[in-house]
Design a protein around this ligand. Sequence first.
Ligand code: ADP
Length: 349
Amino acid sequence: MARERIISGSAGGNDEERFNESLRPERIVDCVGQERIVEQLLIAMKAAEQRAEPLEHVLQSGPPGLGKTTLAHVIAREMGAILRITSGPAISKPGDLMHWLTEMKRGDVLFIDEVHRLSRTVEEFLYAAMEDFRVDFTIDSGISGRTVNIALQRFTLIGATTRTGLLTAAMRDRFGLQFHFEFYSVEELTEIVRRSARKLKVKADDGALGLIASRSRGTPRVANRLLKRTRDYAQVRGDGTLSRKTVEQACEILQIDALGLDELDRSLLRSLIQTYNGGPAGIEALAATLGQERDTLEDVVEPYLLQIGFVIRTRQGRCATKAACDHLGLPFAGPKAPPEEQGSLFDED
Ligand code: ADP
């Protein structure tokens, strides 16, 4: 059986989902980090409450595992609303959305994960629901078909996406609040792991918590997973208590290095440096060489490598930096593109 990748983007299976849920902060005051988002949200929620109106629609973007679903739960709870959760790929036609839309009471929250994967037809159908809280819905097809205009309760749509560049401008503009999630600092992750350890009743010293945090790629989901794996290791090979040493030993088994990179990260870098002579290489070519989905590389692997300056995006493709070569102990082939030709961190191709 393929081993679960500790940094994988998805929330994993049911067990993993339950584990995530047990560690999720419930109130906004329990959320660590993302201070700018929290601040804007507190103001928007307070203003909505004073006007006795539902919260505006919210668009959340950022790599997986940074807390987008968590924040949707928190918003619903803070607004005293019911949260309904679905995802872009689960909605293939307007009819799939109808029961969600008609079920909602005033102020309820509909969370659509991977909102960039909605079809154009569904997206256009949503526009009227988001703006006017009414939809034109076609009942039956052919000559007996007719369209009815249905009024909806005022609800809040929260859309989450790993990449805003994949959303149409028309869709983006319909979200009054737009939040981009950043990677967490080691201090923030240490606090998250400390709280998780407390909830899981795991004994861990400061050294262990700090080391887990520094090897978690700025991502709470990875930090919680690493805590879980280290707890297993300490239980089976030690006395159940987490120290710096147990975390180091667990990371060695999991092949997670000092920067939190795993074998897939290193394979991507090695491929870029050795097969493509440092780049530039197109994402499709890299995906084919590594036998991985392009989306996995773009959504899960690459953002952190860009963040720590190991990979840069240029108009011609991805290039490895000297820092990446130094980390892997490989020779650097020289700079590949002038800075003005480099794309921004979260550019789309
Ligand atoms: P996303 O929806 O962005 O993929 P999630 O909301 O599922 O990410 O977050 C993954 C896990 O990380 C959650 O189960 C939660 O335990 C933890 N987490 C996320 N954000 C925070 C935060 N701000 N504070 C504490 N824990 C967090």
